[in-house]
Design a binder for this molecule. Sequence first.
Ligand SMILES: [Zn+2]
Length: 241
Amino acid sequence: MSVYCPALMYHRVVPDTEQPDGISVTCGAFARHLAWLREWGYRSVAAADLAAALDGGQRLPRRPLILTFDDGFRDNLTHALPLLQQAGFGALVFPVVEFIGGRRAFGKAKGEPLLAADEIREMAAAGVEFGAHTLTHPHLPALPDSQARSEIADSKRRLEDLLRGEVLALCYPFGEFGAREMDLAREAGYRCAFAVRRGNRHWPSERFRLSRVWVNETTTRRRLAYRLSRPYDWAARLRTP
Ligand SMILES: [Zn+2]
């Protein structure tokens, strides 16, 4: 039995005065997404709930959802969290452990501030869930075994030390993974792992390569409704089996 639980993929939430890029949405767009999701009856669930549903032991609400945030930008606290709280949604944030308290060192949004340890604890106290996004955001499949294992397992342990609680979910940097990375995630004790492939339903065999729903600044109400529908999952599976 597959489990319906769209995991929307966000990175940054920026002020309306900023020009959004490929990994950011403005507060205005984000608030719109949340208002639609609320209107349609969606409710946030935790990674543990999804994992338990995949085990077959737990029923989810009729319209469950997980709002995920990759890379752990500080704006997740300053801009996303107030809007999430207003709309009554939770979030699952994936910081890169070595970069906690620092600045983005690569790619888009280079130089942007990242969440610090006390900010992560503050968000966790407010009900935000955290998952690991490795130690250094490497291209995992290119690493030797020992290094890939350390990126996956040590990031879990260090985030658990910071949070004084269990970290259940992993998110693969750049969405890159193979059979080895899925094995390492299982071996490290994660209960699920998120990829970047598209889709909104999950089979138990896919718990270490969970698909996500892509959203950005220009996502319209109609397009978001489609991406939360069954045909989107079918179409995504045809494209990337
Ligand atoms: Zn990332």
